[in-house]
Design a protein around this ligand. Sequence first.
Ligand code: ADP
Ligand code: MG
Length: 698
Amino acid sequence: MPPEPTTAPAKPLSAPQRALQKLGLTRDIDLALHLPLRYEDETRLTPLLSAHEGDTVHLEGIVRESRIELRPRRQLIVKLALPDDDGEPGLQGLILRFVNFYPSHQKTLAVGARVRVRGELRHGFFGREIVHPSFRAVAPGEPMAQALTPVYPTSAQLPQAYLRKAVAAGLARARLDEILPPQVLPRGVPTLREALQLLHHPTPDTGLQALQEREHPAWLRIKFEELLAQQLSQLQSQRERARLRAPALKAAPGGLVERLLAVLPFQLTGAQRRVAEEIAADLVRPQPMHRLLQGDVGSGKTVVAALAAAVAMDAGWQCALMAPTEILAEQHFRKLVQWLQPLGIETAWLTGSRKGKARAEMIDKVASGAAKLVVGTHAVIQDDVVFARLGLAVIDEQHRFGVAQRLELRRKLALEAGRGSSQPLEPHLLMMSATPIPRTLAMTYFADLDVSTLDELPPGRTPIVTRVFSADRRDPVIERVRDEVGKGSQVYWVVPLIEESEALDLRNATETHEQLSAALPGIGVGLLHGRMKPADKAAVMAEFTANRLQVLVATTVIEVGVDVPNASVMVIEHAERFGLAQLHQLRGRVGRGAVASVCVLLYTGPLSQTGRERLRAMAETTDGFEIARRDLEIRGPGEFMGARQSGDALLRFADLAQDGDLLAQAREVAPWLLDEQPAIAQAQIRRWLGGRMEFLKA
Ligand code: ADP
Ligand code: MG
């Protein structure tokens, strides 16, 4: 079956077109599968007499008056006369109020215009009113909508009306032929075309409840299709991988692994020992390992990676360790050099900022095999870096790598396969992440990925106390910082933006740095932000690590992996602007030593509902799994789209908690389809996963 046609135009894209692309809505089928979040009923008007305050109403009227008032603030006030029961404009009135408006508002809402408006009914100063209603001009007697109006998840750059048209067009054009044999489908579900038609444009008599709760047969059809595509693709990658060959890596008795354990300044935790064994058991097998090591911030993943590397190097192979940022790569490099150099292991260091002769030297060492361990950023997988014998690749904070980089990595690993041996051998792959995925999800979702979990923190950690304060309390917080520094602690002070942005009124890092320097005389205050040159960043980090700077004002560049055990205070300004996972990562920079640590979250109100829930979650728990669970719970549709973009949300429609039966059925039929109806299986995968397919494997 040929691939689904795309709608990619030749002209430069308009802003909404670019926004569509950003949401992954490029093919007709993608648009057809972009389902509404909810519906608005514009099939009838609301009888005003029976409407209560707080109801969402849909009304039609004639504009009687339109004026701009300047007090108490600039606003557009429009008075609407609503028709009496006989349909003639009568005495009933309604105020429309706009605090943000454009000339186009005034034009459409000019005196005499007939409009339909929709919004939440309130009782304001002038009587019944709607603030910021949606509205459109209509002709007298214009018919009502025949179906409920879909409201789609969208982004700021993509107006709902534009998206609605694009989805309707995509739905009309998409080839939605029934490719699945009827016997694999759940009982009583409609065809794919019927299901999509109904979900996009339900008639007013469709049970809204069943639609909202996603229990309508149309929903079951969609969810089953999605689960099936996902199971097929996982099963397929699993089978592909089972055919690949990898070097069998075995640690020699008395070899590097044992010597490394002997020089470590600590004992492994039980969890580290268990996970290291799981990895070692994979490495001795002649199939490439494909394992995700997840463990909360500070759980000690680095040493587990070092042990895996030691196994590979002991067996005579090279190991590459990649981190998403230069700061993080440098930290790994230092730690690994400190542990491994005394054992006679030469380590190469490759990042974007290492150029010219230094880079050429490193590349030679990698190519000759003199460097057994190669640490760096994605510079490690560039084409001119050729490994003598790559046996293991370790990717730290793998979810931080972009899709393109993950694909590049896979390509590179495939290229490296077989270098230095007669038969193509793929390197083993170990991915590490501090963003835990709930176990059931991981097992179902990554049929092609083995998961190890570090569920224990190294001993001697004191829990981090988290306090949430309004930004008015900033001065006492600065006092506290002074006290803590006096007691020998070091402090991170995190700000959300680098450059002044008037609109958002955020303190910029430079200004905060100046303020804190002035407020804390005699204390070394450093500044670290993303716009600095890598060498300057490294220099500042080194000063902070050596405790020559006591306070570090930083943007989120420190979010990932920075490890300075003496830092025990973290202040985050504008905490309401950060996502929950990000706050958790940031907080993980403290609580690494033996002293009690504090995390202060400063917020500027008013807080949104989700903002409040995020801060509460932070104050209530430090457990990364619990945070991940709450994050899923709190995330609104907007963020959901963001997550889908990054591939985190692997299921758009089905919900494992609710759809266990559908999942069971999909798992049952997937192997049969793949074996007996391979063309159908491929078409199903392509239809649902399209361009995301490669990425899901990455
Ligand atoms: P993460 O999992 O966040 O990458 P790290 O590997 O950076 O964690 O480890 C956090 C800190 O804990 C480091 O300073 C590391 O040296 C230390 N550490 C790791 N394992 C142990 C252990 N078993 N006992 C004591 N300290 C440990
Ligand atoms: Mg780490």
